[in-house]
Design a protein around this ligand. Sequence first.
Ligand SMILES: [Zn+2]
Length: 86
Amino acid sequence: MPTGPFKPGDKVPETGIYTASHYQHRLPHEVFAVQGEEFPVCRRCGSRASFSLFQSVAHVDSDQDFSKSTQARKNAAAKAGLPGSD
Ligand SMILES: [Zn+2]
């Protein structure tokens, strides 16, 4: 997975925290971006801003231990292993 730098208008490749870098007017800082959205232009330095992946973060629904589909399978397995314990 590429980690950047990405430009305003690029699709966010991975949900997580990105370091936003600006042209001259501001020090780098962290922002949160969601996969599939577009990196925005800066209102001050426009498309000269750039973004680099700092820390990818999994949505809780996509985590292997929290996702609903996984939970459903585990519940089904538990019921199958304990007949009559309804
Ligand atoms: Zn800027």
